[in-house]
Design a protein around this ligand. Structure first.
Ligand SMILES: [Fe+2]
Length: 185
């Protein structure tokens, strides 16, 4: 048997690395509208989160998978915990796995009717996200929060739908205590 030693190395103890890894960085300037109130004390170039993605496929088939890592920084925005934009999948038959790699946070989930709940994410936790549920990550800890994900590329990202129907809660941290605030729609 021939054993192939691939040029790329994809590791999770630090970040995903390799020639085929795509990286995107979300700065506060592009994330302001995610949070309830703008925080003038945060600089526009404050790093909120990084997303690393890796695949060998082009997404033309539903079976084509992507592997990713989200790295979220412990930033509070007027007391609100740092979170990702969140999305529904355009193709609701496509589920997704999340895996807690480092730090602590929440996976917020929302169904088509706006019902919202969350799962605790911690090192070693595994989360199956059904294809019809919107999902968002929230760093509730004081350290970097890293979550690994695997999803079909064909799932796509529907951001507009969560703008029209926002998640039902926002998570704040005051004096080191978390508060879940229900949002009136
Ligand atoms: Fe997703």
């Amino acid at each position: 048997m021939r054993v192939v030693n691939r040029k790329e190395n994809y590791i999770i103890d630090d970040i995903l690395k390799g020639e085929l890894v795509e990286t995107s960085i979300k700065y506060y300037a592009e994330a302001k509208e995610f949070y309830m109130n703008e925080d003038k004390s945060l600089k526009d170039d404050t790093k909120m989160y990084d997303v690393y993605q890796y695949t060998l496929e082009d997404g033309s088939e539903v079976g084509h998978l992507c592997w990713g890592l989200t790295v979220m920084y412990p930033v509070l925005i007027n007391g609100e915990c740092n979170m990702t934009r969140g999305h529904f999948h355009l193709n609701e038959t496509c589920g997704e796995f999340y895996y807690g790699a480092q730090g602590n946070g929440l996976l917020m989930l929302m169904d088509a009717h706006g019902k919202t709940w969350a799962e605790e994410v911690f090192p070693g936790s595994v989360h199956y996200i059904k294809g019809a549920l919107a999902h968002r990550l929230i760093n509730t800890g004081d350290k970097i929060f890293k979550v690994v994900a695997c999803w079909p590329i064909a799932a796509g990202h529907d951001y507009e739908r969560v703008e029209k129907q926002p998640f039902g809660y926002r998570v704040f941290k005051y004096n080191n205590k978390l508060e879940h605030k229900e949002i009136r729609r």
